[in-house]
Write a protein that binds this ligand. Structure first.
Ligand code: FE2
Ligand code: FE2
Length: 287
């Protein structure tokens, strides 16, 4: 089929409606890239989006944070949840809500994909801590967004994507191989294209774009791409959520290049198991 520039084709084709990112989400993305960003500035943006504001308040008042007194203001909620966590979640919610998710539910179970994404984000952040790598929050966000390309396929190419899912299941083969055969792209590369179109910074795009081909990733971001690759693999191993494909590619090379030992992987798997109820509770609150 050879859809080499899928996103460009979608932009050019007036019949298709490429998802647009809300202004609020775009502004929060810029804020995430700004070292001098303040709680006040973040609160101002969040207040412009009622849905995100409500979820942030709901989360801050939940048993999860165990605060007794009612939290009624966004700045207060940000200090309870944490600036970086609110930023990541607001961007994650903004990105996922840009898509018409009702249409994808027959192909992808969104709740499962959310849990898989949160699991990958959690594992990636923990791996970054273990490897003493900075930008843990950005790596968390890379994990949260890593599989969003599957939503693009499900929305714009449902028939071909159904075949890719089906064949991947039937042959127990990693989904991205089948996607390459059918689309000449995979969900990682297509997500990279859309993120570029949305003006995301490179730091958020590249680890997502190369999470299934870290060897090809520009050098500055190779380690982060490998972290997402390994985190994704560990989520599949622990069955935290589901991303639609049972087959998962071997990550031996990434594990070796990151200098991870068997014990390290086991530690992250145990950590994910312990975090599972928390992650499930978290998603309930955001629903
Ligand atoms: Fe993936
Ligand atoms: Fe994944």
């Amino acid at each position: 089929m050879g859809k080499k520039t899928i996103i460009q084709d979608l932009i050019r084709d007036k019949r298709t409606q490429l998802p647009t990112l809300s202004v609020v989400t775009s502004n929060i993305i810029k804020l995430a890239d700004d070292d001098n960003a303040s709680v006040h500035a973040l609160a101002e943006f969040i207040l412009q989006d009622q849905a995100i504001a409500n979820k942030v308040l709901k989360l801050a008042n939940s048993a999860y944070y165990g605060v007794v007194k009612t939290i009624a203001s966004i700045p207060h909620a940000i200090t309870i949840i944490g600036f970086n966590d609110v930023t990541s979640l607001a961007i994650g919610m903004g990105v996922f809500s840009a898509f018409d998710l009702k249409k994808v539910n027959t192909l992808l179970k969104m709740e499962e994909l959310w849990l898989h994404s949160l699991g990958c984000a959690t594992a990636a952040k923990e791996l970054a801590t273990l490897l003493k790598i900075d930008d843990r929050e950005q790596i968390f966000l890379n994990g949260l967004l890593h599989d969003m390309g599957k939503i693009i396929f499900a929305l714009h190419f449902p028939d071909d994507f159904a075949i890719a899912l089906e064949e991947s299941k039937k042959n127990d083969c990693p989904l991205h191989y089948k996607e390459m055969e059918i689309f000449s792209e995979n969900h990682a590369t297509i997500a990279g294209q859309l993120m570029k179109h949305w003006n995301f910074p490179e730091s958020l795009i590249l680890p997502v774009q190369f999470h299934h081909s870290s060897a090809k990733c520009p050098q500055d971001f190779t380690i982060k791409a490998m972290i997402i690759e390994v985190a994704d693999f560990l989520c599949h191993k622990t069955a935290i959520g589901s991303s639609g494909n049972p087959g998962v590619a071997d990550v031996k090379i990434a594990v070796k290049n990151l200098g991870l030992l068997k014990d390290d992987l086991k530690r992250i798997i145990d950590f994910l198991e312990r975090q599972r109820p928390k992650m499930e509770e978290y998603l309930q609150l955001l629903a």
